[in-house]
Ligand binder design. Structure first.
Ligand code: SF4
Length: 451
């Protein structure tokens, strides 16, 4: 297994002791995790994190391609640093993340203020890339190393009570709206033994909960054929971790075996399941290349509730996918009544470069998309308040993550992934306590500890 010392070359002379680095992070938890990894590597090169770009001699924009106009966003952020660069010619600006993987050398050619471009597959090369950039070289590292095994150690400077652990990277599904297979490459899984060692190390450093991360965690497969359900069982049994969460799931790969393992290890594997459906209409799902029908999705949900009656579901929805008719949108609305989603993340469809759906000619007008989205969010708001009410009067187990000195309250998460606030002191951080809920909102619960 590659270790930190294998990855980090000795600090080169060109790097000043304690130079400031500012990382600006956009997008998903994968990017948050990559930024943490980059910061760890840079700290080992004697950089120190700073909170403002004007204190930095290295700025990295960790970009995201999921939302609209991603290149434009990079362009405008780099533009904001033009003055800093004029004041400090030694300042280096790098772009990482999905836009870097997507645009590669073109990004550097189009925006000359950028000193280096580093793709999502090249993060471990950051020390070398930064060194070269500081020596005046224009560096672009954005190729995918498809053959390279996915061997990384979880790098967190100060692992918290709850820590993310990557288990897969990339995706092979090619949903027609999604750019991820082009920006994160083909799917690769980390070896089982490495993951077990990684989680054990985190437990030794005080982590109580891990969230396993991947674009599609359900298709995890280790080099020896261990699948995701078996991975959950092994981590539950062999690492000493108190709680396990995971995201993101793909409904087509959500197996009965996984449901059974969640039931068997319900004391460790949390019952919150994010199960992105994207649309409630089978024809739209087919054009999205999702690999399941509405009926198959509902069947999966029923199987989950049959074995895990306490399960809590959330989902992702795309509104106004090309060709979506009023009737097809009505199917999405009716799904909200059929499946009790406590949380949902809904967005208007917007075309992404390289994706198949961007070439579909029957794009839905923006005003129609917005109207549908507002309607959907309004209806779901009522549903989510209704669903939240069931928590009032219940006692939930809460793992405390933070203390707010101003309010004298602590916040932690329940097994259902709700943020729970209650009166408490900082020494409760890292402890799991029963909390009786007296007020409930869709994402936040207020209560008092009963012990
Ligand atoms: S499963 Fe589909 S939506 Fe998810 S990352 Fe892969 S291609 Fe994108």
């Amino acid at each position: 297994m590659q270790t930190l010392t294998d990855i980090v070359r000795p600090a080169p002379e060109s790097i000043g002791e304690g130079d400031g680095v500012f990382i600006s992070t956009y997008g998903c938890q994968m990017n948050d995790n990559d930024s943490e990894r980059m910061m760890t590597l840079l700290e080992m090169m004697n950089f120190r994190p700073v909170t403002s770009p004007d204190q930095a001699s290295l700025i990295i924009i960790n970009s995201c391609s999921i939302r609209e106009k991603p290149v434009h966003k990079v362009w405008s952020e780099v533009g904001r640093y033009r003055k800093l660069k004029a004041l400090n010619p030694k300042l280096k600006i790098g772009v990482a993340g999905c836009v870097a993987s997507q645009e590669k050398g073109k990004l550097k050619a189009d925006i000359p203020l950028i000193d280096f471009v580093i793709g999502t597959d090249a993060i471990d090369q950051l020390p070398e890339v930064v060194t070269r950039a500081r020596q005046g070289e224009a560096v672009v590292r954005a190729r995918f190393e498809h053959q390279q095994p996915y061997h990384v150690e979880t790098m967190v400077r100060n692992p918290g009570v709850s820590t993310f652990v990557n288990i897969t990277k990339g995706c092979d599904n090619f949903c027609t709206f999604c750019i991820v297979p082009f920006t994160r490459g083909r799917e690769r899984s980390r070896p089982l033994g490495h993951l077990i060692d990684d989680v054990k190390r985190l437990v030794d450093r005080g982590t109580r909960e891990v969230t396993l991360l991947g674009q599609n965690v359900n298709s995890y497969e280790s080099e020896c054929g261990t699948n995701f359900a078996q991975l959950l069982a092994r981590l539950s049994r062999d690492t000493g971790i108190e709680r396990i969460r995971y995201t993101t799931s793909h409904p087509k790969d959500f197996t009965d075996e996984l449901i059974d393992v969640m039931g068997e290890h319900g004391d460790k594997v949390m019952e919150y399941i994010h199960l992105p459906v994207q649309s409630g209409n089978s024809d739209v799902l087919s054009r999205m290349n999702r690999g399941y029908t509405r009926a198959e999705y509902i069947d999966r949900v029923e199987r989950i509730f049959a074995r895990l009656p306490q399960a809590v579901l959330s989902t992702d929805l795309i509104v106004g996918f090309p060709g979506e008719t009023d009737a097809q949108f009505a199917d999405t609305m009716s799904l909200l009544r059929d499946v009790p989603y406590e949380t949902l993340f809904a967005f208007n469809y917007s075309p992404r470069p390289m994706t198949k759906a961007a070439r579909f000619t029957d794009q839905v007008p923006d005003e129609v998309k917005s109207e549908r989205l507002n309607h959907l969010l309004g209806v779901h708001r009522e549903i989510s308040f209704e669903l939240a009410r069931k928590y009032v009067g219940r006692t939930l187990n809460v793992l405390v993550e933070r203390h707010d000195a101003e309010t004298g309250r602590v916040v932690g998460r329940s097994t259902q992934n709700k943020s729970v606030y209650f009166t408490g002191t900082a020494n409760l951080i890292g402890k799991t306590l029963p909390v009786k809920i007296h007020e409930a909102f869709p994402l936040v619960l207020n209560g008092e500890a009963t012990a």
